[in-house]
Design a protein around this ligand. Structure first.
Ligand SMILES: NC(=O)c1ccc[n+]([C@@H]2O[C@H](COP(=O)([O-])OP(=O)(O)OC[C@H]3O[C@@H](n4cnc5c(N)ncnc54)[C@H](OP(=O)(O)O)[C@@H]3O)[C@@H](O)[C@H]2O)c1
Length: 302
């Protein structure tokens, strides 16, 4: 019988690519949706209201949980920060506690998390054994990950994937960077010394597929490329691939003025995150290095 995988946040950057890939691999994909409609395969839920009928997810083989309010796209107001946190923590808890009640539980729950877990650690290398950092994103990531525990306590294999910046043209951070860079207005952010863990979308999706398939994988995995780069190196490499100059650094104060706390936590700080557990698990990256990854994402080069 065909295995059925449900995806929350299926309309997002990672979810769209994942759904296409899983269907191409012969799996049946069902999508969580917060809207009406969506056909008979849709799983209707409303994470903000705690609404998800157990019958809707009973008998699934696996769930990939990606849903959450975008952290990018503007200033972090108090209301926005609450949505960023609540959409993740409440949504994850709802899925995990509903799974725990099921007669036929999924074999695996793969939950998104982020390298924001580690906060800003300067040049210190961090891996999955490192403690959490400080700040809003680090706290959100801890609460987000903890919210999946009821599923683990109910005997389900849970895999948390801490993604770095996912590189794709159809959305996310890279898409937002393209216009200024193409106009020759790109530049490093602040000092550019902050680390910027990244992963090509193809490898991010493969990591999810491997996590679904391999029974020996459980717990937390950093989903980042092995070639760690700083923001300055990323900027230089992107400019080279686009054949544009990137000589105009964006001053930290201007970013803070425009974006508030988002600038400090998401753009001007970062950690040198190592994918220790993925490498130990023998994960084969298609794009371990930044320049070929960017050339593939932006130019489709093989
Ligand atoms: N892309 C990255 O660089 C990156 C890096 C680190 C971590 N991550 C994490 O990985 C996950 C997937 O990333 P992505 O880039 O695919 O995200 P995305 O493109 O922003 O999509 C997330 C999806 O979550 C759902 N969503 C949006 N707002 C929501 C809300 N308030 N409540 C509940 N659901 C909401 C939407 O799907 P529906 O409308 O279909 O419900 C949306 O398509 C996210 O949790 C993200 O934080 C991503």
């Amino acid at each position: 019988m065909t295995a059925t995988v449900a995806i929350s946040g299926a309309s997002g950057l990672i979810g769209t690519t994942l759904a296409t890939q899983l269907v191409a691999s012969g799996l049946r994909v069902r999508k969580f949706t917060r809207k009406d409609g969506g056909g008979q395969d849709a799983i209707h839920w409303d994470p903000a209201r705690g609404a998800l009928l157990p019958a809707q997810i009973d008998g699934l083989d696996a769930i990939v949980h990606l849903a959450g309010e975008s952290i990018a796209g503007g200033r972090w107001t108090a209301a926005r920060m609450a949505r960023i946190r609540d959409s993740r923590v409440q949504g994850t808890r709802l899925i995990a506690t509903t799974i725990a009640q099921l007669q036929h539980k999924p074999k695996v729950l793969v939950c998104a998390s982020a390298v924001g877990f580690y906060g800003d650690r300067g040049d210190t290398e961090v891996d999955e054994s490192s403690p959490p950092g400080t700040g809003f994103l680090a706290e959100v990531c801890q609460q987000w990950e903890a919210a999946a525990k009821p599923a683990q306590d109910a005997g389900v294999r849970v895999v948390w994937l801490r993604f770095g910046v996912v590189l794709a043209v159809q959305g996310g951070a890279l898409e937002r960077m393209l216009l200024p860079f193409k106009l020759g207005l790109g530049g490093r952010l602040g000092s550019g010394r902050q680390w910027m863990p990244w992963i090509a979308v193809t490898d991010a999706v493969t990591a999810i597929e491997v996590a679904l398939a391999r029974n020996d994988m459980k717990g937390v995995y950093n989903v980042v490329a092995p070639e760690a780069v700083t923001n300055a190196t990323f900027t230089r490499t992107l400019a080279r691939v686009l054949r544009r100059p990137a000589i105009l650094p964006v001053p930290a104060f201007a970013l803070r003025l425009a974006l508030g706390r988002f600038a400090d936590e998401a753009l001007l700080s970062g950690s040198k995150v190592l994918p220790k557990r993925l490498v130990d698990a023998g994960f084969r990256y298609k794009w371990p290095q930044l320049e070929p990854a960017l050339r593939n994402v932006l130019e489709g080069s093989p």
